[in-house]
Design a protein around this ligand. Structure first.
Ligand code: UDP
Length: 238
C-alpha cells in the first residue's frame, strides 16, 4: 500500500553514524541497505528525494584538530568521508534499481558528478535520487548546514532529519525518563534553548528561508514513508 503525501520534493539528512549500525565505526552494509529501502518506499510514492549524509562514522574535523591537525585539513578529510558514505548509499539504492547520482561540492570527476545546480534539478525532475556529498565544500561547516543549503537551492519543501529518536525533546530522552517531546518548536527556541536539532548555522539558515525541519526516527521500519504521509510521531521545527 502506498499512502498519499503532500510532499513533492524533500531533503533527507542522516548522520554518518546512522550507517555504522551496531559497529563503532565505518559502514555496516545491512544498515546501509535498510536505509536504502526506507528511501525506496518514499521514492515509490513519487516524491523527489535529495539526500545529505554526514561523515562522522569515518572522520570528523574537530576530532582531527583535537589531535593537533590543522582544522582545515581535518575538515577536508571529513568532507571526503561524506563522499565515501554517499557512494555506499548510491550503490545500495542502485541495487534496488533506483537511479541515483552522487553530486560532490568538491569536484572529483572520476568518482561522481560535480555540483551544478541546474543539472541537479534536472535529475530530481527525472526522479533520480540526488546525494549531495562533500558537505558545502568549505571547512568550518557541517553536513547539517550543507543539507539546509542544498534543500534551499533545490526548493525542497522540508528537511527530514532522520535520527535515533522520534523528535526533539526538552532534555536527552536516552538519559532522562521524564524528557518531553515537542510536537512543534520554533527555530528561535532551538537556538535559545540549545536543543539538539542541528547546529546553529544550519538552524539560522533554515529559519531565514522558512524551511521546516522534521525530526523523526529512522529506526522505525517504514518510518520515513509514514512521516511523509503524516503518520507517526515527530517534531516539526518551524
Ligand atoms: N565538513 C566540513 N564542511 C562541510 C561539511 C562537513 O568541513 O560543509 C567536515 C567536518 O569536518 C565534519 C565532517 O566533515 O566534522 C563530517 O561531517 P558531519 O560532522 O556534519 O557529519 P555527521 O555528524 O552528520 O555524521
Amino acid at each position: 500500500d502506498t499512502p498519499e503525501t503532500t510532499f513533492k520534493r524533500v531533503m533527507l539528512k542522516i548522520s554518518g553514524e546512522a550507517l555504522m549500525g551496531p559497529q563503532g565505526y565505518g559502514l555496516h552494509p545491512p544498515t546501509v541497505e535498510r536505509i536504502a529501502r526506507e528511501v525506496q518506499t518514499v521514492h515509490d510514492m513519487g516524491v523527489e528525494i535529495c539526500m545529505v549524509i554526514g561523515g562522522g562514522n569515518i572522520f570528523r574535523g574537530l576530532q582531527g584538530s583535537a589531535q593537533g591537525m590543522e582544522r582545515t585539513t581535518a575538515d577536508y578529510m571529513g568532507m571526503l568521508a561524506t563522499v565515501m558514505n554517499a557512494l555506499a548509499m548510491q550503490a545500495a539504492l542502485e541495487q534496488l534499481k533506483i537511479h541515483t547520482r552522487t553530486i560532490s561540492a568538491i569536484p572529483m570527476d572520476q568518482v561522481c558528478e560535480p555540483y551544478i545546480r541546474r543539472r541537479a534539478v534536472r535529475h530530481l525532475e527525472k526522479k533520480r535520487v540526488c546525494i549531495f556529498a562533500a558537505g558545502t565544500g568549505n571547512p568550518y561547516f557541517t553536513t547539517d548546514t550543507a543539507a539546509t543549503l542544498r534543500a534551499n537551492e533545490m526548493a525542497c519543501q522540508a528537511i527530514f532529519k532522520g535520527t535515533k529518536v522520534d523528535g526533539v525533546y526538552d532534555k536527552d530522552p536516552m538519559k532522562h525518563d521524564d524528557a518531553v517531546r515537542y510536537d512543534t518548536v520554533s527555530y528561535d527556541d532551538c537556538l535559545g534553548k540549545n536543543l539538539k536539532v542541528m547546529d546553529a548555522t544550519a538552524i539560522a539558515l533554515a529559519r531565514d528561508n522558512n524551511l521546516p525541519i522534521i525530526v523523526f526516527s529512522l529506526d522505525e521500519p517504514g518510518g520515513f514513508k509514514g512521516i511523509l504521509a503524516g503518520q507517526g510521531t515527530y517534531t516539526r521545527v518551524q
